[in-house]
Design a protein around this ligand. Sequence first.
Ligand SMILES: NC(=O)c1ccc[n+]([C@@H]2O[C@H](COP(=O)([O-])OP(=O)(O)OC[C@H]3O[C@@H](n4cnc5c(N)ncnc54)[C@H](O)[C@@H]3O)[C@@H](O)[C@H]2O)c1
Length: 268
Amino acid sequence: MSERIKDWRIKNWVFDASKPFDLTGKAIIVTGAGSGIGRAITLGIDAMGGNVVLADIVEEGMDEVAKELKNDYLTLKVDVTSEADVKNMVEQTLSTFNKIDGCFNAPAINFRLPFLELSADQWTKVWNVNIGGVCLCAREVGKVMVKQKYGSMVNIASFRGLVGAKEGRQSIYSASKGAVVILTKCLAAEWGEFNVRVNAIAPGMTKTPLVTQILKDDDWYNELASMHVLNRFAEPEEMVGAAIFLVSDASTFITGTTLLVDGGLTAV
Ligand SMILES: NC(=O)c1ccc[n+]([C@@H]2O[C@H](COP(=O)([O-])OP(=O)(O)OC[C@H]3O[C@@H](n4cnc5c(N)ncnc54)[C@H](O)[C@@H]3O)[C@@H](O)[C@H]2O)c1
């Protein structure tokens, strides 16, 4: 066997083809765990045997999710735009689990207004949470993963980060999601040599509190649903398969990619 094949990155790794998605014993942070897609991913990780650190700015949702967990977990009130909160999240995770195997960066906010009506305060808020929050979490968690020489980070982007919005009212949100997509590639490139993978999921429209305004308006819902080849919005649980795939050993040679889970929206 050549020296290259005996590389430290793979020499201690044994692939079990019977359970590539198994997360038993892993410690995985989910920011935005209290609602919607983050909630569904948290429950999915737990179902696959993983231990979750639930982090969210709102505690009530997290506490409800935590009641459903079978494995070890930690709930932390975290504002992803606060350096102190994010540093504390990493410290608490390490003092409880001694490592960080995976991290999902999920929180995002949106103001659905025509660009000409957006205030600087509104776009700053969107920018701070949607890309600033991902940057802070990625940097602090990334420091640990790079030191460990393993880890899988998954950013929740959006189809909005890949295509323009014909219907308007998405400019700053879409720009922030485009930034998440390219940040994902750049971090994958920086951390590849340390065996740390960074990928993103780009969901299509998904039935969560983030889109309550749309779900309450039949015409708006139908217009957006019809953009998907499957002609509907996703349930949050439909993001779980991609999430488990990207955080688990099923995807050890995948990094820098953005996995579309968009009901075919970008196929047409
Ligand atoms: N719902 C959709 O149609 C859709 C489509 C594409 C992408 N996404 C993306 O999926 C991700 C999850 O969105 P969702 O639809 O589940 O939304 P959601 O509003 O249901 O959940 C977002 C969670 O993030 C938390 N949060 C908000 N600001 C925070 C902050 N500063 N610090 C910590 N937590 C904070 C909220 O409390 C909430 O629990 C987002 O990145 C969103 O852009 C959603």
